[in-house]
Design a protein around this ligand. Structure first.
Ligand code: ATP
Length: 231
């Protein structure tokens, strides 16, 4: 499993993560929930090795290999070099890991990307799908997806949910963030709520019924009181 244990991370005097622990089991989807600035992306970056100046441990307990060797990352805003086509981007990602470039046609029948156009000219949703394609063809044991539903239209959103469920069924462990609570609870098996860099609560799927009400109370308790006076 992917394991994060007692993770602390600060930017200068700003203590962004304050002792976060969580685990992602193979064949499960783990949702990471938190307000803007709660520390979700920082946590994913530490887990993936994009940040190194932190305390605590991150590891893939099953293989003992570095997390980034067994895990694919789809970042919040994937970066694409100028004048690189979608196809060249995928090839670049594979070659960087010394992996053979497979035939992309099968996956692209599903994702329907204009692979011979420049990636910088893609729409936001297409850019997300391209980064996803580059991760999917590498058949990772784990995937870290930062806001994967962001920018996707209704059709792509439904497709991604189905795809995630199938990956889970095949044994992939998935850690994802989403501000779209309904979408996240539809696919996730468990969820961790981060508030101010601390784990505020963990939920199993059976407890998702109370998640939204709990979040409302935790994040907007005072405003709810005022709202009740008004309405
Ligand atoms: P969002 O939902 O808006 O994406 P998040 O939960 O992913 O938010 P982070 O991006 O992890 O939050 O940011 C957590 C805090 O760390 C924020 O206060 C942010 O300003 C700060 N932060 C993030 N990256 C840096 C950085 N490179 N330098 C300084 N502060 C940073």
């Amino acid at each position: 499993m992917l394991e994060v244990n007692d993770l602390h991370k600060a930017y200068g005097h700003h203590h962004v993560l304050r002792g976060v622990s969580l685990a992602v089991q193979p064949g499960t989807i783990h949702g990471l929930i938190g307000a803007n600035g709660a520390g979700k992306t920082t946590l994913l970056n530490c887990l993936y090795g994009l940040e190194s100046d932190f305390s605590g441990t991150v590891r893939d307990t099953g293989s003992g290999r570095l997390v980034r060797e067994t895990t694919g990352l789809v970042p919040y805003e994937p970066y694409f070099y100028p004048r690189i086509t979608g196809r060249e981007y995928v090839e670049f990602c594979l070659q960087a890991r010394q992996r053979p470039v497979p035939d992309l046609r099968g996956w692209n029948e599903v994702l329907e990307l204009p692979l011979d156009q420049y990636a910088t000219e893609y729409s936001a949703g297409m850019k997300k799908k391209l980064a996803l394609l580059a991760a999917l063809v590498q058949d990772f044991a784990y995937l870290i997806l930062d806001e994967p539903f962001n920018g996707l239209d209704l059709e792509a959103n439904m497709l991604l949910k189905e795809l995630l469920k199938r990956l889970r069924h095949r044994g992939t462990g998935i850690l994802l963030t989403s501000h779209i609570l309904g979408t996240l609870t539809e696919v996730a098996d468990e969820a961790t709520v981060l508030v101010g860099g601390l784990v505020q609560h963990r939920y199993q799927a059976a407890e998702f019924g109370t998640l939204e009400a709990d979040l409302l109370a935790a994040l907007h308790g005072e405003k709810l009181g005022q709202l009740h006076k008004l309405l």
